[in-house]
Every structure is written in C-alpha cells, then in structure tokens.
Design a protein around this ligand. Structure first.
Ligand code: ADP
Ligand code: MG
Length: 414
C-alpha cells in the first residue's frame, strides 16, 4: 500500500525523532501495517524494537509483545515510555497488574509486554478476548526452536494462543537464526514462508581476529593497550571474571570492573551504569552482560575463552562498534575450551545433542579456518559474501594460521 509509507515516516519522526528507517525496518514495518505476518531476522542493534513499536502506535489496539526476560521487558518499557508510547508490563514483578489489565481492556495501551508462560495461561486468553489486539510481536523468537541456541519450552505454547486470534498479524523477531532455526520459527509460529525478511548480517567496521590462547593476561593487556576506548572482555566463569578484572586493572592502569550474575544486584547495576557512561572503561563479564545494553561506542570485545556457539560469537562481538566506527573483536581460544564444551555436550538432553554439536562444530570451523573469518561467519547466516573482507586476521596476515589449523583439526575431530 503506497499510502502507508508517508504515514509511517511521519509517525517515525513524531514518536522516535528519527528521520529515516534503517535497512529492512521499512520493509518490516510496511508488511506489519498491511496486516501480514512476518519473521524479521535482524542483527543485534539493527533496531528490531521499532518494527513493532511503530505499528503499535499507528494501528488501533494494543501490540502484545512476548519477551523471555523480565529485565529485557523493563528496559523496553523504560525506553518506550520515554518516547511517549503507552506501554506496560504484565509480570510477577509488577504490583499493578490489575490496573494494567484494566488499561488494556479500555484500549489505553499501545504496548503490553508479557512472558510466554503467562501468555499461555487461560486468564490471559480471556483478557485478549476482552481487549483489542493490533499485533502479536514475539521477541527473541529463536526461543521457540529446539534448533535455536536458547530453546524455551514455553514458547511452544504460543501457537495455540495466536491461532485463537487468526485476524491478528504476528511479527517474530530474532537476531540469531541459521537456516534450520528460521524454518522452524516459521512453522512453530504459523508464519508463511513469504513472510521471512532477513537483514544483512555484515558488520564491516568490526575487525575479527581469532588466536590461540598462550598467556591470556598478556594477550588481553595488549588488546587493551591498543584500544583505549570502552571494551568488554568475556570470561567463562565468575571466578575468572573477578580474577581478570583485578589483574587487568593493575596491569594496565585502566578502569576495569567485573560483571556477573553472582554480584549483588546493586553492584551490578552500578557497574553497568558506569560502563554505559564511560568513554574508556573495560567491563570483564560473563555472558550475563550485554543483553539489552545500548552503548554504541564499544571499541573492542575480547573473548578470553570460546563462546557457546557461532551465534553467540556473532551476538557478543556484535556489541562492538554499533556506531559504525572501527572496532575490534578478538577471541583467544584454547584446546581445553573445546574439550570442555564437548564434555558438556554429552550431558545435554539427547534431543538437543545433534543441534548443539552442529553449533560447536560451526564455531570450531570458524576458529580453524584459514579463510576469511567474515566470509565463514556470513555464510553461516545464509549470506553469500565476498571471499575476502580485508578486515580480519586471516585476510590481513594470511601466514601463521597453518599450524593452528592442523592443531585445531586434531583436537576437534573427536
Ligand atoms: P535490536 O533489538 O535489533 O538489537 P534495538 O531495537 O534495541 O535493536 O535498537 C538499537 C538502537 O538503534 C536503539 O538505540 C534505537 O533507538 C536505534 N534505532 C532504531 N531504529 C533507528 C532508526 N531508524 N534511526 C536511528 N536509530 C534507530
Ligand atoms: Mg531487541
């Protein structure tokens, strides 16, 4: 519909103060405004929230947003409210649930955030029947797939609910979906294949490097010395986070703080706020850190050990350079990382072993490749990139990877 776009641009400016859509946002928003169900696969930072928030403001009725984490919902609630959007969350942490339900029924909400386990309860379906629903947005939609890296059984209960409201369009959103996971999301949420929209995954301003770990401390110090801007160092355990934060602070003289789920919530919040405000601080963190954090000028992301999967690698490194300025992603891996990961594989549920193994294999392939890292990464996400990018270690220094490749092959072929 040709008339939708001017309206959408006007609302974009009025609500968010932005003058243009970014990338596939326009395509996604247009489809949603036409009432067609859609799966949008967009990298972290690409602006997924806006693709449901804008239709929520423009369409009559409420956009019901399914989101997996209360913390994420509250972040979203804060930023939506700051933009003058009438939004609420319906979670166990909200004392005003009765009031929120009244507002929903009265049509006084643009956005209602809810967790999947609550969405699938009978009382919520009744509530939907008493209200006017403009759109179902399913955030972090890879959670619906056993192929996804973060399967949540509660997401499986959504389809019957969605099917009870056949005229309401669905918008599923995810940053991380390989081919398998994508088809699965479409099937599990009842979205037609033609509803798939995939944004480009390339982050050309990020320079990738993946190196064997020799002396993590010295290697991380070198990264910090070369990159004076804000950075994140991911470490595998809480103990390692504490230890690295302390030693890196004294070795570099820079401000370095720890972040992990075992810290007091106040300390965690304080460290996060300090990081977001800082122009030179380094956060040493477990993967608990990063989701929902909006800091565009992170100049480097370093991994002191391997991430959980190639998807996790992409997502975690993707926190660097959201402002488009040159940034660095360095991973230091050890054979023991892969050995431990393989060990963990044998402990996971048999139904998930095959997909988990593939995920680990894909990461191993990225680590051991002598090819362009970016090419391997982007091919994993279904793109057909150029053979060389000129901005990764393998393109910039093609020697020196041979022995690593051989070593890795021996270690990984178990
Ligand atoms: P995602 O969920 O895809 O990781 P977000 O929805 O959190 O991304 O958006 C990331 C950032 O991009 C936010 O700060 C948001 O305000 C900003 N943003 C989104 N769309 C636009 C746009 N069209 N123009 C400028 N900034 C935008
Ligand atoms: Mg998001």
């Amino acid at each position: 519909d040709a008339d939708l776009l001017p309206d959408a641009l006007a609302a974009l400016h009025a609500t968010f103060g932005f003058s243009a859509f970014r990338g596939v946002q326009e395509q996604v928003v247009t489809r949603v405004l036409e009432g067609r169900s859609t799966l949008a696969v967009m990298p972290t930072g690409a602006g997924k929230s806006l693709t449901y928030q804008l239709p929520a403001v423009m369409r009559e009725g409420t956009c019901v947003v399914v989101s997996p984490l209360i913390a994420l919902m509250h972040d979203q609630l804060r930023s939506a409210t700051a933009n003058g959007i009438r939004a609420a969350t319906l979670t166990s942490a909200d004392a005003d649930r009765g009031q929120t339900m009244d507002r929903f029924r009265a049509g006084e909400l643009d956005l209602l955030y809810i967790a999947p386990e609550r969405a699938s309860q009978p009382y919520f379906r009744e509530l939907l029947e008493q209200s006017r629903v403009a759109l179902f947005a399913i955030d972090e939609a890879h959670c619906v797939s056993e192929w996804g890296h973060d399967f949540r059984p509660d997401y499986r209960l959504l389809k019957p609910l969605l099917d009870a409201f056949p005229t309401v369009p669905r918008l599923a959103l995810t940053a991380t979906a390989d081919h398998h996971t994508r088809s699965d999301i479409l099937a599990q949420l009842g979205i037609p294949d033609e509803g798939l929209i995939v944004a480009g995954f390339d982050r050309p301003n990020i320079r990738y490097a993946i190196r064997p770990r020799e002396n993590a401390m010295r290697q991380l110090k070198a990264v910090m010395d070369e990159n004076p801007g804000p950075g994140i160092v991911y470490a595998p355990t809480r103990a390692r986070v504490e230890q690295l934060a302390e030693t890196l602070a004294s070795a570099t003289g820079r401000r370095v703080l720890p972040y992990h789920a075992g810290l007091d919530p106040d300390v965690r919040a304080r460290n996060q706020a300090a990081f977001v405000a800082s122009e030179d601080m380094v956060m040493v963190a477990t993967v608990a850190f990063g989701m929902g954090i909006d800091k565009p000028d992170v100049r480097f992301v370093a991994h002191a050990g391997i991430p959980k999967s190639i998807e996790a690698y992409y997502q975690e490194t993707g926190r660097a350079g959201r402002d488009g300025d040159p940034s660095v992603a360095v991973m230091f891996w050890g054979a023991d990382d892969f050995a431990r990961a393989r060990q963990r594989l044998s402990e996971v549920d048999p139904s998930r072993q095959q997909s988990e193994r593939q995920r680990l294999d894909s990461l191993a392939a990225l680590v051991e490749t002598a090819e362009c890292r970016r090419a391997v990464l982007l091919r994993h996400f279904g793109e057909t990139p150029a053979q060389t990018c000129g901005n990764c270690d393998n393109c910039l220094e093609p020697a020196g990877v041979v022995d690593v490749t051989e070593l890795a092959r021996k270690l990984l072929s178990a």
